[in-house]
Structures are given as structure tokens and as C-alpha cells.
Design a protein. Structure first.
Length: 318
């Protein structure tokens, strides 16, 4: 599949924004540590801003962005529509959650409900985003059990790193339990991604030119005598993107290093007394690496996907 930059930016930014909102609301609900009102307000406000930028970027991929609101009406059957509905609904509890840090008194009686709704809607939006791809049986690499967990874990991982850095900037301190939680999330994200790649590489495709045309059999392949078109079509441009195996392997290694291993090392170093480098600098470096790794991971997610439609355009299997 053609890796659209707008969709890559959307899934990366929105995942990090919703991840940070969910973690911040969980910290507030379970009272893991006392949240500075200034820190709580700015972290939730910036998270909402990140989500908004991601959502706006997603509309640039549409032919008619002004009609994007119409997708909300198909929530009964479309994961894309459900994603939009939850994205819109999440602004209400997340907005109240943000304001509650500035004027807590009016919301003291309902703050626990607000926290739970913020967690639920944030995770539900990322879940629906992942299900848009995981529900497509026509793309074997997306129709996979690990797609949804990977989206959720990476979103929480990126969001947690952002919260640690902001905590260092505003409060000038660290909550080491949150650092260890990030290390855990980073390790799980890396292992889940490796397992996903191993699975899609080792699983044989059930679709071929034989199954697509209804000709031949499992023991007899069907080959095309001529191409179906004399020029490139929209389907070939959007669904026929191909990446060489050697480049794919190199990018996978870069993904694991930048998304998981390097941020884990940096976050661990933040828990150690290092005089030469401040925790703030280390945290910013961790954000840069983790987000760069997320962009590469998301680009590969699209680039390595093969749609069954390409069987009609010369691909022997997908």
C-alpha cells in the first residue's frame, strides 16, 4: 500500500496524544502521585493539541476534506466512522479533565467519572483506528491479531515519554515508577513488533492468481499472458507500492533501535545520577528517537502491506 504521509502523521500524533491523556487520567484516578495543577493542565492541553493536529492532518488525505463529517453517520458498520465518533466524544471528558486542574472545586464530585471517560474514549479512539486496518481481510499483513495491541502500546509509550519530559520541565523532578513503566512499554512494543514481523513473514498467503480467477488449483498456478491495462491506474499507484526486502529489513532494524531500544536506554539513564547530561535533555532526545521510530514503523506498516487486488495486475501472490 502507498504510505500516505498524512495518515502516517495522523496515526502517530493521535496515538501519542491519546496515550498521554489516558496515562495522565489513570495517574489522577488511581492517585499514583500528586499532580501539580500547572503540570496537569499543560500536559492535558498539549495532548489535546497533538490529537487535534493529528486529526486535521488526516483530512488532507481525503478528496473532499469538507465532507469528512459525513463519515460520522456510518458508525454502525464502519470502524472509520466509529473512530471519528469517539474522537469527537473524547473532547468533552478530556476538556473537562484539563479545566479541572485550574478550577477543581466544581468538578470534585465527578472527577473520577471524568478520568474514567477520558481513559475509555482515548483508548477506544486508538482501538478504532487500528481496527480500520485490522478488519480488512483483503490485506493479509493488516488482518492480524497484533495490529491493535501494537497501535495501543506504541501510543501509550510515546505518550508516557512526553509526560515524563513535561514533568521534568514544569516540576523539575521525576517519578521513577513512571520511568520504569515506560521501559516496560518500550520493551513490550519492540517485542510485539518483532513478533508481528515474524508472523507475517512466516505465514503463507492464502490468495494467489489461482484463487483470484477461480482457475487452476492448489497444485497448479495460473500465470497472466498480458497485463490488464496499458497504463498505470489509481489502484496500481495506491495498492501496488513495493519495497525491496533488503530495504525492509534495514528499516525494521532502524525501527527497533529508534522506537524501542534507544528510548529504553535513555529513560533508564534518566533514573541514574548523571552529572554531565540533565534529565530534561535526555528526555527530549528520547522523544525525538521514539517519534522518529514511530514514523518509520508506521511507514513500514503501509509499505509492506499487499492488497489482493494486485493479483489482477501481475502479482503472483500477496
Amino acid at each position: 500500500m502507498h504510505p500516505a504521509l498524512s495518515v502516517i502523521i495522523f496515526t502517530s500524533l493521535s496515538g501519542a496524544g491519546y496515550g498521554s491523556l489516558a496515562i495522565l487520567a489513570a495517574v489522577k484516578y488511581f492517585d499514583f502521585f500528586t499532580l501539580n495543577p500547572l503540570y496537569g493542565f499543560f500536559s492535558s492541553a498539549i495532548s489535546l493539541l497533538i490529537v487535534t493536529v493529528g486529526l486535521i492532518s488526516s483530512t488532507t488525505h481525503l478528496g473532499h476534506p469538507r465532507r469528512a463529517w459525513r463519515a460520522l453517520s456510518q458508525w454502525r458498520s464502519s470502524w472509520l466512522s466509529r473512530e471519528g465518533v469517539f474522537a469527537v466524544l473524547s473532547y468533552l471528558p478530556a476538556g473537562v479533565f484539563c479545566v479541572s486542574f485550574l478550577i477543581p472545586t466544581p468538578f470534585n464530585s465527578i472527577i473520577d467519572i471524568i478520568c474514567l471517560l477520558t481513559i475509555a474514549f482515548s483508548l477506544a479512539t486508538v482501538f478504532c483506528t487500528a481496527k480500520i486496518y485490522a478488519s480488512l481481510k483483503t490485506i493479509r499483513q493488516w488482518n492480524h491479531l497484533l495490529v491493535v495491541p501494537v497501535y495501543l502500546i506504541i501510543g501509550l509509550f510515546d505518550g508516557a515519554i512526553f509526560l515524563v519530559v513535561l514533568l521534568t520541565i514544569i516540576d523539575g523532578l521525576q517519578f521513577f515508577q513512571l520511568n520504569y513503566f515506560i521501559i516496560f512499554l518500550g520493551a513490550v512494543a519492540g517485542l510485539a513488533k518483532i513478533l508481528y514481523w515474524w508472523s507475517i513473514d512466516s505465514t503463507q498467503s492464502q490468495s494467489s492468481t489461482s484463487t483470484a480467477t477461480g482457475l487452476g488449483s492448489s497444485n497448479k498456478s495460473v500465470s497472466m499472458l498480458d497485463a490488464p491495462t496499458t497504463s498505470e491506474t489509481f489502484i496500481m499507484r495506491e495498492m501496488g507500492f513495493a519495497i525491496a526486502r533488503k530495504h525492509s529489513r534495514r528499516l525494521r532494524l532502524i525501527t527497533i533501535l529508534t522506537l524501542s531500544i534507544i528510548p529504553i536506554i535513555i529513560i533508564f539513564l534518566m533514573t541514574q545520577p548523571i552529572a554531565l547530561v540533565s534529565p530534561l535533555v535526555l528526555g527530549i532526545i528520547a522523544i525525538v528517537f521514539s517519534y522518529f521510530g514511530t514514523i518509520i514503523e508506521r511507514w513500514l506498516f503501509f509499505a509492506e502491506a499487499k492488497h489482493v487486488a494486485m493479483l489482477y495486475y501481475g502479482a503472483s501472490k500477496v
